[in-house]
Write a protein that binds this ligand. Structure first.
Ligand code: GLC
Length: 450
């Protein structure tokens, strides 16, 4: 075989069987690929589709037979997007302090927000909006240097004729083991849509959803991942693709203990719904949202906070207010947000904690008004200075029981006067004389005295 023919053969083999470019990825290379994600801390999730008229839940409403499929899809005629201002959306997201955003390109109902050539259910072909509403958003995101783009894509497409089921209970449309060609047709349809998204937007992140209905093998999940990475090698993929992703996605709850996964993100609603719902006025308070955000950071993760614009493209005032509130707090406390990493275990101080990258600043977040002092114990490194982040104030302290014969470090009592408090969460920067060393024992009895 001549060299040229060999090269062509080799190339065709690789083209037919795309290699998973991350299969051999070293832990260091993965850490580098994940770097922007671990520093981003806050993302804004957007659920937008025909369900945004606000009467019923996104997709689940027909799947659970709360409403008929016909009535659910009749909502298409109200998806006008006539007050949609993608520039204003992106400015608001930027103002919130978020470093990434994830938008639904298509939920489990199959309604695509872009001009898909793979099917007819889209904002272009089946709604009065009559246009691609995803691309203008992507363009605005791309115009902002500091914002990364995430695309949500539902693997499930319940109403699709080749998808095996539409309702949660009741007989399936068909059995994929018995009709593999029909199932493959559906997988090809998903692939075609993903190729469109990948080619047009080259997203920084894919946020898959709905993997629970089939296994990794059945979805051909490794193939999906390699296909996307072939032209978008740095892309980050969430976990909802049957174990083939890069990071974990606990939903609607900040973990209690630090997750075993190095990278994770809690997705969270502001009220009780992902998509806009007229009846849902259960908005979480500013303090609740902020506590959840700081709690995620303290455990080394991100918060992906959801907004649900209406079908006309307007964002509910309550959600706008929450994003602006986050923006005020984050911009004031920037040094204690982006470059931080997970803090220390419970028991050393009452409050959430994070560390700077070098490990010699311990940030303490106080979601309460301290009565006189806060107590910090079990810190072997010495505190040099205590600053109130976002202000020019420094605080003084007393150190008690700093005993030379004892390996148990003394206990700091830092005075926190009321006039340094933030209206939401006050942040103290404890500057240390060395990277933080903790004492985790249970005390010591005397061995000598002087
Ligand atoms: C769930 C739901 C869905 C929502 C998503 C967001 O998996 O199926 O409605 O879009 O979570 O995290």
């Amino acid at each position: 075989m001549t060299k040229r023919i060999f090269t062509i053969v080799l190339f065709s083999v690789f083209a037919a069987f795309p290699v998973n470019v991350t299969a051999q990825e070293t832990p260091e290379a993965k850490a580098e690929r994940m770097e922007w994600f671990s520093e981003a801390k806050l993302g804004i999730f957007i659920h937008w589709g025909i369900y945004s008229r606000g009467d019923w839940s996104e997709s689940w409403a027909f799947h659970n037979k709360v409403v008929s499929v016909e009535d659910y899809f009749a909502q298409e005629k109200d998806f006008t997007a006539d007050r949609y201002d993608p520039k204003a959306w992106v400015e608001l997201i930027k103002e919130s302090g978020a470093r990434y955003t994830v938008i639904t390109s298509k939920h489990h109902d199959g309604f695509a927000l872009w001009d898909t050539g793979a099917g007819d259910v889209s904002s272009v072909k089946s709604s009065p909006a009559g246009r691609d509403v995803l691309t203008p958003f992507v363009n605005e995101v791309r115009a902002q240097k500091e914002l990364k783009l995430g695309i949500y894509f539902s693997l499930i497409d319940w109403p699709h004729p080749d998808y095996p089921n539409i309702f949660r209970v009741g007989p399936a449309k068909y059995d994929i083991e018995k009709e593999p060609a029909r199932w493959q047709r559906f997988l090809d349809f998903n692939d075609a849509q993903l190729q469109e998204l990948n080619g047009a937007y080259h997203p920084d992140l894919y946020w898959f959803d709905g993997d629970w209905e089939f296994s990794s093998d059945q979805w051909k999940a490794p193939h999906i991942v390699s296909m996307l990475r072939e032209t978008n090698p740095g892309v980050i993929i969430n976990s909802r693709i049957q174990g083939n992703g890069d990071y974990a996605t606990p939903e609607l709850g900040v973990p209690v203990v630090r997750p075993a996964d190095r990278w994770w993100e809690t997705c969270m609603t502001i009220n009780d719904s992902w998509g806009f719902r007229k009846q849902d006025t259960e908005f979480k308070s500013d303090m609740t949202i902020l506590r959840m955000f700081v709690n995620c950071m303290s455990l080394g993760g991100n918060l992906l906070l959801d907004i649900g614009p209406r079908a006309d493209g307007t964002i509910p005032d309550e959600e706008v207010a929450v994003l602006k509130m986050l923006g005020r707090w984050i911009h004031k406390h920037e040094e204690a947000v982006y470059p931080t990493r997970a803090g220390i275990p419970d028991g050393h101080v009452q409050g959430y904690t994070t560390l700077n990258k070098a490990g010699d600043i311990l940030y303490v977040y106080l979601p309460y008004t301290p009565n006189e002092t806060i107590e910090v114990k079990g810190i072997r490194s010495r505190i040099k200075k205590v600053r109130v982040v976002g202000t020019d104030r420094e605080l003084d302290w007393n150190l008690y029981n700093d005993i030379d014969w004892s390996e148990v470090p003394g206990v700091y009592y830092i005075n926190v006067p009321k006039d340094v408090l933030d209206e939401h969460i006050t942040v103290l920067a404890l500057e240390l004389d060395s990277p933080l060393k903790l004492y985790r024992g249970s005390g010591q009895v005397i061995s000598y005295n002087d």
